[in-house]
Write a protein that binds this ligand. Structure first.
Ligand code: NAP
Ligand code: 3JM
Length: 340
């Protein structure tokens, strides 16, 4: 039923994604009635700001979703596993930022610029899944190319910032950097190796076959979102010592020929994409430019002449904004505009 304002819960409100959720709800003027900020007992009694108000963080429990219309979850897969169904039973619609439900066939996995029509399938289970940050920026860019020339094969290597691993991971990069400059011993907790001044080709856990879960998420989610279950694709996911902003080198082969100029024309008009491609002026996408924006930046577009219809692209976005919170709030906006 249409309402003027909707009660929203943010699960994981004290985390780096949760913090962005609050900011983006405010920034995009989402019609929030009551905002309920939920986290673990570790955050009990903390206060956070929303629209000039100080709101107390509540401890997540079975009763947290009473009178909540929309629940935005970003507190890890096990929290979603247990509490998303409880939220749905209490009458909320869940937008889930974890990998818990993404690959379930009856759960829509949505990037609004790519497959907004899937959102209606929230009716199956009351849940819409938000893709992985590295998937989102890639499919925003590849969808218009796929529509124009049909993707045959995708090869992606990521350069993912530490904020993708949460607040403690950002603090670990800071601490290690300071320790190294002061000749002190390094502490490692969130990453298996030193992340300061290093690149670690290991995100999430290793699976049989040698891929990491992060790499398999990218492959499977891309196929689901593009509706191409047999798209040929491979991925290498790398953590780099950048605080925010994920970068990706993407090599594609298409069925039909697309010149560099044609690709640029398509991407210039593509929703959510910002073409940044003037090598003569040293203009190309960089994490420091993407951070704080909602756009997916694409550049370094050039022909891969090692195959008949090949292109290389460099794709960058703010992983906490378009890679997580902006995408989730966009989904919530469509839910209230078209379905509630
Ligand atoms: P973070 O900075 O470590 O924050 C984690 C948040 O989850 C904190 O608010 C934490 O509360 C809360 N939390 C953890 N365990 C909880 C529990 N048992 N009960 C209630 N709250 C609990 O991590 P983040 O980077 O914000 O990411 C959070 C999750 O979002 C990730 O685990 C991942 O599943 C998902 N994520 C999704 C995307 C995406 O959609 N593209 C991107 C990044 C992350 P306390 O402060 O009280 O501990
Ligand atoms: C990004 O502990 C957990 O369940 C969270 C793991 C995680 C995920 C995930 O799998 O949900 C950390 C960072 C993601 C993600 O977006 O896929």
């Amino acid at each position: 039923m249409k309402k003027e304002r909707y009660n929203v819960a943010v699960v994981g409100a004290t985390g780096v994604v949760g913090e962005q959720m609050r900011e983006i709800l405010e920034e995009r003027l989402f019609p929030v009635g009551q905002l309920r900020l939920l986290a673990s007992e570790r955050s009990a009694g903390q206060f956070l700001e929303f629209r000039d108000q100080r709101l107390r963080v509540e401890i997540l429990n079975e009763d947290s979703f009473e009178n909540i219309d929309i629940a935005l979850f970003s507190a890890g897969g096990s929290v979603s596993d247990r509490f998303a169904p409880l939220a749905v039973s209490a009458g909320s619609i869940v937008v889930d930022n974890t990998s818990r439900f993404r690959m379930e066939p009856d759960i829509p996995l949505v990037v609004p610029e790519v497959n907004p029509g899937e959102i209606v399938r929230y009716r199956n289970r009351g849940i819409v899944a938000n893709p992985n940050c590295s998937t989102i920026q890639m499919v925003v860019t590849l969808k218009p190319i796929h529509d124009a020339a049909r993707l045959k094969r995708v090869v992606v290597s990521t350069y993912q910032s530490v904020s993708g691993a949460g607040r403690m991971a950002m603090e670990e990069l800071s601490r290690q950097t300071v320790a190294l400059f002061n000749g002190k011993d390094l502490e490692k907790e969130k990453f298996p190796h030193q992340i300061a001044f290093n690149c670690i080709p290991h995100i999430d856990t290793f699976l049989e076959g040698g891929y990491t879960k992060e790499e398999m998420k990218m492959i499977q989610e891309t196929r689901k979102i593009l509706g191409e279950p047999s798209l040929r694709m491979t991925a290498t996911a790398v953590r780099v010592p950048v605080f925010c902003g994920h970068s990706e080198s993407v090599n594609i082969e298409t069925e039909n020929k697309l010149t560099v100029q044609e690709a640029k024309t398509i991407l210039r008009d593509a929703p959510g994409v910002l073409l940044c491609d003037e090598p003569a002026g040293n203009v190309y996408p960089m994490a420091i430019d993407a951070v704080g924006t909602d756009a997916t930046l694409v550049g370094r577009i050039r022909e891969d002449d090692s195959v008949p219809n090949g292109l290389n692209l460099w794709i960058v976005a703010d992983n906490l904004r378009k890679g997580a919170a902006v995408n989730a709030v966009q989904i919530a906006e469509i839910l209230i505009r078209d379905y509630l």
